[in-house]
Ligand binder design. Structure first.
Ligand code: PHE
Length: 458
């Protein structure tokens, strides 16, 4: 097979500069508040281990193949998500709409994600001032409630986050994304391991671990399974073109399945570490696992209160969490920015400003969801909850089905295997076959089934 890769020489296009940089940036997209905030809180509200198990299975059977598909597509086309689908399916059908759906999902996610990131940033300051550190559940809960109940703080911190990310993005891919994520992700990992070690010495560590790892399958309902699957999509940043866009910055000789697999393993590891750091404390100090979105913010200060240098470590933790959130936010913003930059032929700074401008309304609705707009509910959900629910449980799975169907039935095996295997240079054909078969049959059927059941359509 030819070793020429004409489409894969991004001479005029910015790209990741090294293999480790590619891995770090992709991991930087995957690891974020999903691991530190969403996995623990959803595991807590959905009954524990059984939920976690479904999330892991969905990650392996659905998330990973879709991630490999997206990266292969992006690297082949070297373009934003809309153009990628257009160029890979030049003649028939409105496949490019998948890119548009992905962009909409990015706005939905950005709206609430930037607010959670805002809480993290606010907590850095609180931790520095020593305001939140306590093992008393009522104290830590009151601190958090006061923060999210304050419209001014919710709004301002969110814009601190958005302006910061916008500024990083204006410097471009290599310098911006790579430089930030590469350096700080390993530190987060180390700090989480320290937290786990402390948590495991707590009195009720065993109860916490059992909650996390002893599945009771009776806990599972169809809606739980849907949420766990949605989490798998959200965690790996797939189903909406993020990985397609990042794939377009991949080097031509990067091994896609291996990179994707490593990202998945590291991402799952961070989620599990976060769970191990949190749940023993939940049971020891009398928090409730079902606390919901506040869980991390109210339990971790209790773990830190047990540590020597707890306050300093807590400051470090929230700074690293902010960095993790930043890596994910950068990748979310990159989807619309790449589309606007390349399709509307406007500069990257202009595309960034346009994206932030369009984001202003939904982001503000999310910021005010816990205070001014608390009664502004659709189907019992505030804008914040609605954006989260609709993106993770409807838009990303739908995007995932469409991407899998596109690869399996439209792009087809020959094109996919060449794109995946570095123009035929890698000899992992059998593995490529397995991934293709998963994409062609298993992913779409499984996701349709789970969605239909979970949404009560079947
Ligand atoms: N995976 C990120 C996290 O867990 C969130 C994300 C979702 C980022 C979708 C990009 C696209 O925090």
């Amino acid at each position: 097979m030819s070793t020429q890769t004409p489409a894969a020489s991004p001479s005029s296009r910015d790209g990741f500069s090294s293999r480790f940089g590619v891995f770090a940036a992709t991991l930087g997209s995957a690891v974020g508040l999903g691991n530190l905030w969403k996995v623990p809180y959803l595991t807590g509200t959905h009954g524990g281990a059984a939920f976690l198990l479904v999330y892991l299975v969905a990650t392996l059977l659905i998330g990973l193949p879709v991630m490999i598909a997206e990266i292969s597509m992006g690297r082949k086309s070297r373009a934003n998500a809309v153009t990628t689908l257009q160029t890979l399916a030049p003649t028939r059908g409105p496949w490019w709409l998948i890119g548009v759906l992905g962009m909409l999902a990015a706005f939905f996610i950005l709206a609430f994600y930037s607010e959670v990131a805002a809480w993290i940033f606010a907590y850095i300051l609180k931790a520095i001032r020593g305001e939140v550190i306590s093992s008393d559940p009522t104290v830590t809960a009151d601190e958090f409630t006061a923060l999210i109940g304050d419209p001014v703080q919710s709004f301002l911190w969110q814009w601190v986050v958005l302006v910061l990310i916008g500024t990083i993005l204006m410097f471009g891919i290599t310098k911006g994304i790579e430089a930030v994520t590469k350096r700080l992700m390993p530190l987060l990992f180390v700090l989480l391991i320290v937290l786990c070690a402390v948590s495991l010495t707590l009195d009720e560590a065993k109860a916490g671990l059992e909650f996390l790892f002893k599945p009771d399958l009776d806990e599972l309902t169809t809606s739980t399974v849907l949420v766990a699957m949605g989490l798998a999509f959200f965690k790996l940043s797939v189903g909406m073109g993020t990985m397609m866009t990042y794939g377009s910055y991949f080097k031509p000789d990067q091994n896609i399945p291996v990179t994707a697999f490593r990202v998945m393993c590291a991402d799952v590891a961070v989620s599990l570490l976060a769970g191990i750091a949190i749940f023993p404390a939940v049971f020891t100090f009398g928090f409730v696992p079902e606390a919901g979105p506040s869980l991390v913010f109210i339990t971790l200060p209790a773990v830190f209160s047990q540590l020597p240098f707890g306050q300093t470590l807590m400051v470090a933790f929230f700074i690293l969490a902010a960095v993790a959130a930043t890596g994910a936010l950068l990748s979310l913003l990159e989807v619309p920015i790449a589309i606007f930059h390349e399709r509307l032929r406007i500069s990257r700074p202009r595309a960034t400003v346009l994206t932030l401008g369009l984001l202003a309304a939904p982001a503000t609705a999310a910021a005010f969801s816990q205070n001014l707009l608390i009664n502004w509910q659709v189907a019992d959900m505030t804008p914040f909850v609605l954006f989260d629910y609709v993106s993770s449980n409807i838009m990303l799975p739908l995007g995932g089905i469409l991407i899998a169907v596109f690869v399996g039935w439209r792009w087809g095996w020959p094109a996919f295997s060449v794109a995946l295997s570095n123009e035929g240079q890698l000899r992992n054909q059998r593995l490529a076959r397995v991934i293709f078969t998963l994409l062609k049959y298993v992913t779409p059927l499984l996701v349709i089934l789970v969605m239909a059941q979970g949404l009560g359509l079947a």
